[in-house]
Design a protein around this ligand. Structure first.
Ligand code: 9MR
Length: 344
């Protein structure tokens, strides 16, 4: 191989040094700034792919199970629990000194048919909720530090609460009831509401703010809000920090819980470079906010992302490419963590 080829290959393979610290320092930098840098993981590559495991362990401080802790996987039939996937994630995290965000308890998607198609009165549904929480939160108590208790409670684009099994059966109070129950089951866990399209200010973000304020006033055990952060390249809000700060000012932790920045095809080198700036800005926004507890990226590499399947015509949303090479997004996060101090 000629020198030119070797240099070209190294340039592709090695993390770029310019513009910030080595991405290998990401976990130490995040810890020194007092935030988690997390990533959503899938069970199969975690079991079968050592390079995938290394990417996670070498660059992040926490993991979220992308799918395997959801109700349809954990309790596919009433009273029958499958711990194989969740155990894989939690064992991996413990072995590598990573924290675990629990995702998710009450959601309108990925429910098993016995649950979504069953018909229950309020007491019956509350009993099901308790069985599920006692099994899941109970099993991982002390190893899963926070839970998305409520996922996506508002309709996609609006401020109205979403009709779902829980709301239809238990009324709007289902949110308070679920948080209270989760706190009874695991009093140490940080309990979150997680939502999308609420990252910048707007009517849906205002509705989440009003809901959180009301729950806190009533003494309901809510500890944080997750703003998911599924962004389209070019539209990452400028006022992310301002919107996050008002939740922080309520005394809540606030995090970017599912960050990705999808790029409309054709994906150009320029767009990938700009995406690096967008990832930098998101981490900077978190660092500007006193109670921002972290940023979690929604998937390890572009080969594992949910984007191409769900948004045909978009791709390349994550900090590693399909060949596991680091992208400017990884450097962008390192750059933000390397230079931005937290407010005192
Ligand atoms: O990334 C997840 C994807 O693999 C699943 O097919 C999908 C099913 O609904 O859920 C995705 O994760 C979602 C997360 O749990 C909640 N916020 C939106 C995420 C993307 O849809």
């Amino acid at each position: 191989m000629s020198l030119v080829v070797i240099v070209a290959v190294l340039a592709l393979v090695l993390p770029r040094a310019e513009g910030g610290p080595d991405p290998g320092e990401l976990p130490a930098l995040a810890s020194s700034r007092g935030i988690e840098l997390g990533v959503a993981v899938a069970v199969d590559p975690l079991r079968d792919d050592p390079a995938y495991r290394d990417l996670v362990a070498d660059h992040y401080t926490s993991v979220t199970a992308e799918n395997t802790m959801k109700w349809e996987h954990v309790q596919p039939e009433r009273g029958r629990f499958d711990w194989s996937g969740p155990d894989t994630v939690v064992d991996f995290a413990v072995e590598n000194g990573l924290d675990v965000r629990g995702h998710t308890l009450l959601w309108h998607n990925q429910q098993p048919a016995w649950l979504s198609e069953g018909s229950y009165d309020a007491d019956g549904l509350r009993a099901i909720m308790r069985e599920h929480m006692e099994a899941l939160l109970g099993r991982y108590q002390g190893r899963v530090s926070s839970w998305d208790v409520i996922n996506e409670p508002f309709v996609d684009d609006g401020p109205e609460l979403r009709g779902n099994l829980w709301l239809d059966t238990l009324s709007e109070d289902y949110i308070a009831q679920a948080l209270t129950m989760a706190h009874e089951v695991d009093p140490e866990a940080e309990l979150y509401i997680n939502e999308f399209n609420v990252e910048g200010p707007g009517p849906k973000a205002d509705a989440l703010y009003a809901l959180a304020s009301d729950l806190l006033e009533r003494g309901v055990p809510l500890h944080g809000v997750g703003l998911q952060g599924h962004f389209v390249h070019g539209t990452v809000p400028d006022d992310l920090a301002r919107n996050m700060a008002r939740f922080s000012d309520l005394g809540l932790d606030v995090e970017i819980s599912e960050l990705d920045v999808r790029i409309p095809e054709p994906v150009t080198e320029a767009a990938v470079a700009e995406q690096g700036e967008e990832y930098r800005r998101v981490v900077e926004a978190c660092l500007e906010v006193e109670r921002c507890s972290g940023v979690t990226v929604w998937g390890v590499t572009d080969a594992h992302s949910w984007i191409p399947e769900w948004f045909p015509g978009h791709d390349a949303a994550l900090p590693f490419d399909p060949s596991y090479r680091p992208k400017p997004a990884l450097n962008g996060m390192a750059e933000a963590l390397g230079r931005r101090r937290r407010p005192s």
